[in-house]
Design a protein around this ligand. Sequence first.
Ligand SMILES: *[C@@H]1O[C@H](CO)[C@@H](O)[C@H](O)[C@H]1NC(C)=O
Ligand SMILES: *[C@@H]1O[C@H](CO)[C@@H](O)[C@H](O)[C@H]1NC(C)=O
Ligand SMILES: *[C@@H]1O[C@H](CO)[C@@H](O)[C@H](O)[C@H]1NC(C)=O
Ligand SMILES: *[C@@H]1O[C@H](CO)[C@@H](O)[C@H](O)[C@H]1NC(C)=O
Ligand SMILES: *[C@@H]1O[C@H](CO)[C@@H](O)[C@H](O)[C@H]1NC(C)=O
Ligand SMILES: *[C@@H]1O[C@H](CO)[C@@H](O)[C@H](O)[C@H]1NC(C)=O
Ligand SMILES: *[C@@H]1O[C@H](CO)[C@@H](O)[C@H](O)[C@H]1NC(C)=O
Ligand SMILES: *[C@@H]1O[C@H](CO)[C@@H](O)[C@H](O)[C@H]1NC(C)=O
Ligand SMILES: *[C@@H]1O[C@H](CO)[C@@H](O)[C@H](O)[C@H]1NC(C)=O
Ligand SMILES: *[C@@H]1O[C@H](CO)[C@@H](O)[C@H](O)[C@H]1NC(C)=O
Ligand SMILES: *[C@@H]1O[C@H](CO)[C@@H](O)[C@H](O)[C@H]1NC(C)=O
Ligand SMILES: *[C@@H]1O[C@H](CO)[C@@H](O)[C@H](O)[C@H]1NC(C)=O
Length: 452
Amino acid sequence: MNALLALAPLAVAAATSVGPVPFSDHVLPITSKVPRSNAKTQSLKDYMYWASSCFYPPGEGNGTQVSLDAPYGGSQYTVNVTIAGEDYNLILDTGSSDLWLPASNFSCLLAANPMILANYTKEPQSVCEFGSNLFNISDIGEFMPLNYTNNFNISYGVQGYSDLQFATGSSYIGAVGIGNLTVPNAQLNIVYNAEFFGNNVSDGLIGFAGPGLTSVFATANPMNDSAANYEPYLPWFYQAAEDGLVAPYFSLALNRPTFADQETSDVVYDLGYLVLGGLPKCIELTGKYVTVPNHDFNETVNGQNVTLPLWWTTTVDEWTFAGSDAINTTTELIILDSGTFNVYAPNAVAEAYANAFSPPGVYNASEGGYVVPCNATVPPLSVTIGGVEFPFDQRDLIFPLTANGEYCLSTVTNGGNTTSDVYILGDKFFNSAVIAFNVENDTMTIYERKCY
Ligand SMILES: *[C@@H]1O[C@H](CO)[C@@H](O)[C@H](O)[C@H]1NC(C)=O
Ligand SMILES: *[C@@H]1O[C@H](CO)[C@@H](O)[C@H](O)[C@H]1NC(C)=O
Ligand SMILES: *[C@@H]1O[C@H](CO)[C@@H](O)[C@H](O)[C@H]1NC(C)=O
Ligand SMILES: *[C@@H]1O[C@H](CO)[C@@H](O)[C@H](O)[C@H]1NC(C)=O
Ligand SMILES: *[C@@H]1O[C@H](CO)[C@@H](O)[C@H](O)[C@H]1NC(C)=O
Ligand SMILES: *[C@@H]1O[C@H](CO)[C@@H](O)[C@H](O)[C@H]1NC(C)=O
Ligand SMILES: *[C@@H]1O[C@H](CO)[C@@H](O)[C@H](O)[C@H]1NC(C)=O
Ligand SMILES: *[C@@H]1O[C@H](CO)[C@@H](O)[C@H](O)[C@H]1NC(C)=O
Ligand SMILES: *[C@@H]1O[C@H](CO)[C@@H](O)[C@H](O)[C@H]1NC(C)=O
Ligand SMILES: *[C@@H]1O[C@H](CO)[C@@H](O)[C@H](O)[C@H]1NC(C)=O
Ligand SMILES: *[C@@H]1O[C@H](CO)[C@@H](O)[C@H](O)[C@H]1NC(C)=O
Ligand SMILES: *[C@@H]1O[C@H](CO)[C@@H](O)[C@H](O)[C@H]1NC(C)=O
């Protein structure tokens, strides 16, 4: 491919862009890295039924969701978002599209029996483990409700399994800011009922994926939500770009946590940047990059077939490591997801890669991955996207499972083995890249970072 253009090093003065993406001054620190938890878990294989019904996933594939059992020592990245004059610490998620946070009077529910959807007990709010800053319900007057209440409905995991999490509530229009960029008519969702397993740090979530993954329905009863009444809307950054408030790119530079930080699970401040309107100037790039189109999906909206961006989705041409020769994943869709910690690859890739460790990784279903001693030899790995090879940093290919550092997990874990599976490049891939997302032309530009 000709997509790779070698550029002069960034140190050259007066550069205004690298490749297709300009620099931006809207640089926001990522406020913290918090322990990995179940706070937001992708269940990508649910997509095929998600699109037609969020809360009652019908159709095939019920049993193939990505496990919600999180290994210890992971991370999420959060950003400071200003809503009605208050700052909330929200998970920054390129793998979903809604901005949502629980109201101060929300009900934390726990399924008595996840097979029977209506059967929940009401628990103390602390059981849901959100951060300390619930949305002050007395501020609700600052927002305009839509015509239906109780129309927001998002779920993670699969109904019928004990890892189901959901949040329902009402959608509003109002001012939402990040840094000095305020979007006056952003759509946000206040949650009144949730079954959730949070991390006691993040107050909610802000999604940067496409309109086709939003979760609002034109009915007042979540039980009636379906493709027939689905009402996709523009997520926060898409709205900002649509309103001409900012150039239509955002980029992420997620810094790598230390091994020790991952072991102790403490919050770490200033672990990278969200940049609105272009690229960060403060991150050194190697000059290697590629721009790839986003893969859109077909959905039915109000009886019409429409093609919409959902996740930021591409394909991996090749996973390269010792012993990878036999594996061809050319046609596998994969998403760039800042809300997932590790990497979900086709099962055959994950298994062969685990076998390349010395000693080899051993699959452990309850940990959801391949366990290796932390002093194992980590095999080099790279992914080729759009014809350009991006190596992982070896520090990102293994992470501690327990606090004493004896056992670790391979970052690359099983993401499935069918053609309907969609795989994930999570934070561990972002750690050696800067990724710019173009919401106008629906493309992603992946830049290799200099080693840091
Ligand atoms: C936001 O802050 C940046 C950096 O300080 C500045 O360049 C930009 O002009 C500001 N934008 C607005 C709308 O104030
Ligand atoms: C999926 O789960 C739903 C709800 O439990 C059930 O009605 C449906 O038959 C299941 N589909 C398959 C293919 O198992
Ligand atoms: C969050 O952002 C607001 C507004 O920019 C700022 O006043 C506040 O100090 C920030 N909080 C943190 C924890 O960074
Ligand atoms: C929370 O407050 C809102 C707004 O006053 C109200 O509509 C809702 O019923 C309350 N929810 C609960 C569970 O009390
Ligand atoms: C709800 O769950 C409880 C506890 O498992 C059970 O006793 C009760 O019969 C269930 N109710 C319904 C309507 O299924
Ligand atoms: C609410 O419904 C009315 C009448 O159908 C419509 O004119 C208006 O645009 C709707 N408002 C919103 C916020 O959807
Ligand atoms: C989406 O629909 C278009 C036509 O509307 C069709 O050409 C395309 O193959 C469909 N894509 C998928 C993934 O079904
Ligand atoms: C939408 O696409 C499905 C198959 O993908 C087809 O069965 C259906 O007829 C289409 N509906 C419309 C309104 O085009
Ligand atoms: C990989 O598979 C794709 C699609 O099946 C095929 O077009 C391509 O030639 C294969 N590549 C190699 C190296 O075998
Ligand atoms: C790896 O650590 C184990 C104990 O956890 C120890 O027995 C083994 O000798 C170490 N291997 C190497 C190569 O350091
Ligand atoms: C696919 O994975 C499932 C479990 O995830 C397993 O039961 C099945 O044997 C696998 N199939 C193949 C062809 O590897
Ligand atoms: C989108 O693509 C068009 C056509 O190639 C180009 O003129 C425009 O500059 C692009 N916009 C962005 C924001 O990349």
